[in-house]
Design a protein. Structure first.
Length: 395
């Protein structure tokens, strides 16, 4: 699917209200939204206390909600056409409906934070592509969290909600993800990327050039071992830190290791751990260099850093697949493209491409043609601007 523009928000909210009425026999009292994301640069750095530079995309998840007078939560996904139900007095992960665990986990952790949740009816609709590496899970978590807090009459800082949603992924769903996805979904600013220090959570919105857009190309590849491979990379990074602490006792994470330190002490590391560490250490440096180049209007430097990031993810971190590599190579040949790279955890998913607005049509044609010639089918593609973060659209 190429160049599909999402329905206007007003129309999507109206459609979800209709779905809610059919499912639950009443109108929702609140509707919340939260966007997906792509990361311009800074992959697999967030769980290493490093730096990331994402944007929110204009594809988002809507959650309509209404309080109940009992302790039951009824959840319906219009996107999946599935339903799930549980009690706030017995919140456990569901093996049969794993998609519901993102919301189940939220209800458990909000209760643990002493948020007095009412029972609730919830309906979900999403325009965030599933399994495309653009963080549909964080969009669901942040939208559902925003809606549940509204039902409880509780205000929570977006950064605090983001950290709670990260706990859901780590401790309830079982994916050891970092904070980036939830943070950008909650704190994004339209037309800006967000430089985030994942250790201190200090952040800065950085304006993107007005005449440029972001292209996303989805390989359609959904690797069945993403979670286990992702967690394995975390273990390898932790091993790198542990071994380097023998000579660098003050380091707490790979974020604290300079490229010079790593080059000097690489022999302390097993070959695979050395390559994983080299990616993370280099990627942190690339993020900061890319932000500086963007501020200075040096888009050529930004692009080269994006391409170098992709090569490092391919060769050192080993999380790309041939489909991602073909898309990046095809984008590089398009006039007006600044840079391109994989985005997300890898093993499938999508690429992100920064380009001049006038290059968008040619980019779509080129990546779709190259992908079809190699794999016999076109990728899904869309163009997005940097969108705003989570919030209520009906209250």
């Amino acid at each position: 699917m190429a160049g599909v523009t999402p329905q206007p928000l007003v129309a999507r909210v109206a459609a979800l209200r209709d779905v809610f009425g059919r499912q639950f026999g009443a109108a929702p009292t609140v509707v919340a939204r939260a966007p997906g994301r792509v990361n311009l640069i800074g992959e697999h750095t967030d769980y290493n206390d490093g730096f990331v530079f994402p944007i929110a995309i204009d594809r988002d998840t809507l959650v309509a909600a209404r309080p109940r007078t009992d302790r039951q939560v009824r959840l319906y996904s219009d996107t999946l056409r599935r339903a799930s139900q549980w009690s706030l007095d017995a919140i456990e992960p569901s093996r049969d409906q794993p998609w519901s665990n993102y919301v189940r986990g939220l209800t458990r952790f909000l209760e643990e934070e002493e948020v007095a949740l009412p029972g609730a009816d919830l309906a979900i609709a999403s325009s965030v592509p599933l399994g495309a590496g653009v963080s549909s899970s964080a969009a669901l978590e942040m939208a559902a969290g925003t809606a549940l807090l509204a039902l409880a009459g509780v205000e929570m800082e977006p950064s605090t909600l983001a950290m709670l949603c990260q706990r859901v992924e780590n401790q309830f769903v079982g994916v050891n993800s970092g904070i980036m996805d939830q943070f950008i979904s909650g704190l994004a600013l339209a037309d800006h990327a967000l430089l985030l220090d994942c250790r201190s959570l200090r952040y800065e919105h950085v304006a993107l050039p007005a005449d440029h857009v972001i292209g996303v190309a989805d390989t359609g590849v959904k690797h069945g071992l993403v979670a286990s491979e992702y967690n394995a990379r975390r273990v390898e990074c932790d091993e790198g830190v542990r071994r380097l602490q023998e000579v660098l006792p003050d380091i707490r994470a790979l974020r604290d290791v300079s490229p010079e330190h790593l080059a000097t002490h690489a022999t302390l590391l097993p070959e695979r751990v050395a390559r994983r560490s080299r990616h993370v250490v280099g990627e942190n440096a690339r993020v900061l260099a890319a932000v500086d180049a963007l501020r200075n209007g040096n888009l050529a430097a930004v692009g080269e850093l994006m391409y170098t990031s992709h090569a490092s993810l391919r060769d050192d971190y080993e999380v790309t697949v041939p489909e991602l590599d073909v898309l990046v190579d095809a984008a590089r040949g398009v006039r007006g493209v600044v840079g391109s790279r994989m985005t997300g955890g890898g093993f499938g998913g999508s690429t992100v491409t920064l380009m001049e607005r006038r290059a968008a049509s040619q980019w779509e044609r080129s990546v779709r043609r190259a992908f079809r010639e190699r794999f016999g089918r076109p990728p899904a593609t869309f163009i997005t601007a940097a969108a705003s973060g989570a919030g209520l659209v009906l209250s």
